[in-house]
Ligand binder design. Sequence first.
Ligand code: SF4
Ligand code: SF4
Ligand code: SF4
Length: 403
Amino acid sequence: MSAKGDLIYVQASDPVIQKNGESGGAVTALLKFALEEGIVDAVLAVKRGIDVYDAWPVLITDPKEVLETAGSVYEGTLLLSKFFGKYLRGAKEMKIAAALKGCDVMGIFEQAKRGQLNLDNLLMIGLNCGGATTPSTMRRLVSEVFEVDPESVKKDTMYKGHLYITYDGPKNGPQNDSEKDLQKDFSIPKLEEAGYGRRSNCRRCKMKIPRQADLACGQWGVREELIGKSTFVEVCSQRGAGLIDRAREAGAISTDIPDASCIKARKRSEDAVIKLADNWRERDFAPLQSRRGLLAMMIEETGRCIKCYTCVEVCPALFNTTKPYMTAFPGKVPPEFAFHLLRYAHVAESCIDCGQCEELCPMDIPNALFMHAIEADLEALYGYHAGEDMLLPKFAIMKEPEI
Ligand code: SF4
Ligand code: SF4
Ligand code: SF4
């Protein structure tokens, strides 16, 4: 019997899922099993779009289609939390299993706090996440640093501080080279120093193992000989434990116990990325603490705003709040700074640093940096962390603003 807190290796039993899925296909096998057994009505996941740089969210009700979501799409910078409220009626009418990164899970908690989502109907399969790179940066990186044709890339993986790409051999090379996959890797810190690499919010993110989900799945701590063949799973809830037990009994997965050295190795990997995130926070927040200060920088940067409302629409902490922004500041572009102050006040301590408001801002205004800096200060003052559990009486419930 599994229990909350267990650490296990999981592999898919189906050889096709094992081959196509990431790290032995555990996540794909568990999602498929949950749908087949009627534990959930649908699966929300991301599948490869037109190429390896493109991520498509899909809602699946036929278990056979779950296989299409096998494997990672690291350049997919989607945030899935808002999909539940926007398109899936807050999971209030159907049970949904979803494969979710740390920021997705944090966004889900922020929405649940606002009554926009029914957590009881969600089965959350968390994915450990070292960070995401935008598709355009990844294409540049592959061609300029790896010196590989971006179209030939089949897969990329972040592991032990390195970015690995697997790609087709050169078409005009020797027969053997053209037929086999080639691999190259570069150190992520070096790539980032050179201006490539993860999104700035991902560099500051510490939610690398999403323990608020039912299961947290990833590669860290997998024994050397099992790398690529097995997933290290932390059981984070009784619901997650129940899924593992049922899937194992039905023969959909097999499990193994990691030894103490592997558990320590996983902890070391997590500590290393958290330390890196601390360094990036120090570096990113330092200019905001200068004599000019955060407020002056915000006023200057938001002076480019074209009032498109994207930062309001995409933020998981702001739900159904576009109207007040539209009616309160009519007819002026750029809007008065109060337009932004209103948003900062509404998000305040709830920013989960998902990066959406910055990545999708057409004027490249560093919205996420500003919001995250404020949230990090509040976190230090009050010990509160956005996107965490529901037992947060002080700040938890933000009523929909009325203006
Ligand atoms: Fe991963 Fe965190 Fe970036 Fe989300 S914000 S993609 S969890 S590193
Ligand atoms: Fe202004 Fe950018 Fe927000 Fe659009 S996304 S309203 S341009 S800050
Ligand atoms: Fe994400 Fe920006 Fe909202 Fe923070 S303010 S939660 S970074 S969209």
